[in-house]
Structures are given as C-alpha cells and as structure tokens.
Ligand binder design. Structure first.
Ligand code: UTP
Length: 297
C-alpha cells in the first residue's frame, strides 16, 4: 500500500547519559545490538515500510553515524582483495540502504526541539519519527499500521504499549478513549515521565510517531518542560486537548520491542536477538541454559 507519508526523521542527538562512558564519544544509537548499530535496525524498519527517505537529526559525535551510512572505500578494497564476499556485503549493507540526509540539532534541548529541526526537510508534509534507540521486531508491523491509521483518520499517531505500572514513570503516559477499532484509541491526555504512582494509565508512548505538519507551530510555542527540555509529548498534548474530534490517536502495540537506551534492556535485547539467530542462537541458547543453572540454589 502507498502511504501519503514519505519521509522519516530519526533524532539521534540526545546525550545518552544513561550509557556513559560508552556514549562519551559515540551516539547511543550507534551502540551495537549483536553485530549492527541499533540505528541500522531502525533504518531497515523504515525501508521495509516503504520510507527510504531518512533525515537524521545529529548532535555531537555525529561522525560515527555519518560514516556508518557512507562508503568505507579502504575497508571495502581490502576485503575485495581478500575475496571476502561475505564481510564485504556486510560493510555495503548500510551504505545503499536509504537516502540519508542530516541536520544538526545544535544544543540538545529535547526531543521536541530535535523534531523541530526537521521542518524544512519535511516541507509541509506528514512524516514519521522513529527513535533510534527503540527497536521493533521485524516480524511486527507497527509502523505500517500507524501509517494506515494516519491516512485513514488524517490524524497524528503515537505508538502505545502497556507497561507495568511500576515502570510508567519512565515514559510519556496517555489518557485514552476507545474507538471502534480494537488497537486504535483517541488520545485525550499525555504526561511526560509522571511522578511515581501518579500515571493516568499504563499506556506508555514508545518511540514511533506519525506526525502532521501542524506539530511545528505548536513545537515552536512549547516551553521547556520535564528536565528543562522541549518535549514532543507536551506539543502532542496541546494538539490532543485542542479539538474534541481527536487530533492525536494511539496505536496499541502488542508486539516485540527492544529498548536499547536503557542498560538492562540493552543487554536483554542483545541476548534475545542473538538467541534467535541461526548463526549465534544454538551456541548462545546452550550456554544460557547452563549459565542460569548457576543462579539456582
Ligand atoms: P532520551 O529521552 O532517551 O534522552 O531521548 P537521551 O539524552 O538520548 O538519553 P539519556 O536519557 O541521557 O540516557 C529520546 C530520543 O530523542 C533523541 C535521543 O537521541 C533519543 O533517540 N534526542 C533527545 C535528541 O535527538 N535530542 C535531544 O535534545 C534529546
């Protein structure tokens, strides 16, 4: 199916402080998950959904990211000389994957501010925002579903997942109303990282958005919120509250998501994804079985 959305924005300018010192000289989106940087999985997801036009919003240490999606001529010629076709194809994989563009964020003033930097590139059209540290399993089709809901309802769309109430304070949390579709809700309220025990629901916003250009003037007016940052959640709240007919909808995602921005979840993501691979899975699963025994008393 062809969608009205053609462009993807991937903000990768955050400081990644939860991952220091690994992120001292490397964007956290470049940390490897098994053997690929997290952000490559995200670009592959965009391409699978038919959106190969990708704008990265970059910050400090952007070189590693740019180099990853560019040719690596010296490395390629060495592998070619060795006749190592397999590794050569791995090097080339990320180069031709998408049509990539870059814009600098300047100061890391928050996700909302990073999205604002894409305004000229998306040129008055709706666009998708994919967070580079959130991986959605390739067997699940969240982005495609969100694009469909955007096209059918002419609305902004956020991805929502049920989380354990003890984890709600780590996310943006939504107040919602049901629609006639089981996996689609109307978003009535949003709060970024609510104080523990005050979350209005257990539906957390995860790193996929399909946004209409109406978000930009709202972002321009949005004052710094939680953490002194311009929050995308706050701008979406303004839109959600503005109209009774629902300018923000949520797609409830019940599939597999790997959060690579958090250390524990990052380790889990590596184990889960490696355990399912044909090359690494058998060895890892056998070792894991033995390893867990060592914890049992
Ligand atoms: P996070 O909330 O995970 O923040 O950003 P962070 O600064 O990257 O990481 P920690 O919390 O310090 O460890 C969510 C997404 O928004 C991007 C990040 O790169 C990440 O993909 N972001 C955040 C920006 O691009 N710019 C910002 O100013 C803030």
């Amino acid at each position: 199916m062809r969608h009205t959305v053609t462009k993807v924005v991937i903000p990768a300018a955050g400081l990644g402080t939860r991952f220091l010192p690994a992120t001292k000289a490397l964007p956290k989106e470049m940390l490897p998950v098994v053997d690929k940087p997290a952000i490559q999985y995200v670009v592959e997801e965009a391409v699978r959904a038919g959106l190969p036009d990708v704008l990265f919003v970059t910050g400090r240490n952007k070189n590693a990211l740019e180099n990853h999606f560019d040719r690596a001529t010296e490395l390629e010629s060495i592998l070619m000389r060795k006749g190592d076709e397999e590794r050569l194809s791995k090097v080339a994989e990320s180069t031709g994957l998408a049509n990539v563009h870059y814009v600098r964020q300047g100061d890391p003033l928050g996700l909302g501010h990073a999205v604002l930097r894409s305004q000229a590139h998306v040129a008055g059209n709706s666009f998708a925002v994919l967070l580079g540290d959130d991986i959605i399993d390739e067997r699940d089709h969240l982005l495609e579903r969100m694009l469909q809901v955007h096209d059918q309802r002419d609305t902004n769309v956020v991805a929502l997942m049920e989380v354990d109430p003890s984890q709600a304070h780590l996310y943006g949390v939504a107040t919602v109303e049901a629609t006639e579709e089981d996996d689609v809700v109307r978003v009535r309220g949003l709060v970024e990282k609510p104080e523990r025990g005050t979350a209005p629901s257990n539906l957390a916003v995860v790193g996929r958005y399909v946004l209409k250009p109406e978000i930009f003037p709202v972002l321009e007016r949005t004052k710094p919120g939680r953490g002194g940052e311009i929050q995308l959640t706050d701008a979406l709240l303004t839109l959600a509250e503005d109209h009774s007919d629902g300018r923000v909808h949520g797609v409830i995602f019940r599939g597999r998501r790997y959060d690579t921005g958090d250390r524990l979840d990052y380790i889990k993501a590596n184990v889960q994804l490696a355990a399912e691979r044909d090359d690494l899975g058998p060895g890892l699963r056998a070792w894991l079985r033995e390893f867990v025994q060592t914890f049992e008393d």
